[in-house]
Design a protein around this ligand. Structure first.
Ligand SMILES: N[C@@H](CCC(=O)N[C@@H](CS)C(=O)NCC(=O)O)C(=O)O
Length: 220
């Protein structure tokens, strides 16, 4: 039996696509749940391995540590090639894969450091409202630009559900949430609905990011 991975994570957070990838790969892992991401920094369990105290943080079977969701997902796809979670090096779809993994991380996910606690950058409440609105618009714009440049068939890079699909399916559930995402990104909307409905992930979604009543939000 392989030594398990250890993942520091939280329900609905950026660890969820990593946990989903481990699940699809059939890799054993131990989850260390962060009780609250709004807890004071010093109380975060992830601090044991990640000086930024963020999730996801993945401890590898050899004791090495990885942070950064995109890097972890890319590496897991390489580590478990039989799970076909990404086009391998040399594949014609590899450049698009790397491009969109970095794009979701840098152009979109990074904005949640602001959105998750607007007082990190805002000087006062009025400023917070402006930041909330403008970051939501930027996220919607970035999804629309990505949507215009992909041709899912039926997943983003082709026939198989991969880590890029998992990443988009989870990040698109955060504010301004799915109702807006569906409007901005109709092609990616088809993909994420497939990922939501993936039979191998039904128990996983119910546990880690449930489709609770009203989960899709309403588009402004
Ligand atoms: N660039 C990091 C961002 C990770 C991140 O922002 N994680 C959030 C949860 S989704 C977190 O831990 N937030 C708490 C904090 O930043 O204090 C990645 O892609 O993994």
């Amino acid at each position: 039996m392989d030594k398990p991975f250890t993942i520091y994570g939280a329900r609905g957070a950026g660890s969820v696509p990593v946990e989903a990838a481990l699940t699809l790969a059939g890799a054993p892992y131990r989850l260390i749940e962060e009780p609250s991401l709004s807890a004071p920094l010093r109380d975060r369990r992830a601090g044991a391995v990640n000086p930024l105290r963020q999730v996801p943080a993945l401890v590898l079977p050899d004791g090495g540590v990885m942070t950064e969701s995109a890097a972890i997902l890319i590496w897991l796809a390489e580590r478990f090639p039989e799970a076909r979670l990404a086009p391998p090096p040399g594949d014609p779809a590899r450049p698009a894969f790397l491009r969109w993994m970095a794009y979701v991380s840098a152009a979109i996910y990074s904005l949640y450091w602001i959105r998750d606690d607007l007082s990190r950058l805002a000087a006062d409440e009025a400023h917070e409202a402006v930041l909330a609105e403008r970051t939501a618009e930027r996220i919607a714009f970035c999804w629309a630009q990505m949507d215009a440049q992909v041709a899912p068939a039926p997943f983003i890079l082709g026939e198989t559900l991969g880590v890029l699909d998992l990443y988009v399916a989870v990040v698109s559930r955060w504010g301004p949430r799915r109702a807006r995402f569906y409007r901005e990104a109709p092609r990616l909307a088809e993909v994420v609905r497939r990922v939501d409905a993936e039979p191998r992930l039904q128990a996983f979604w119910a546990e880690r990011f449930p489709f609770a009543p009203g989960w899709e939000g309403s588009a402004p």
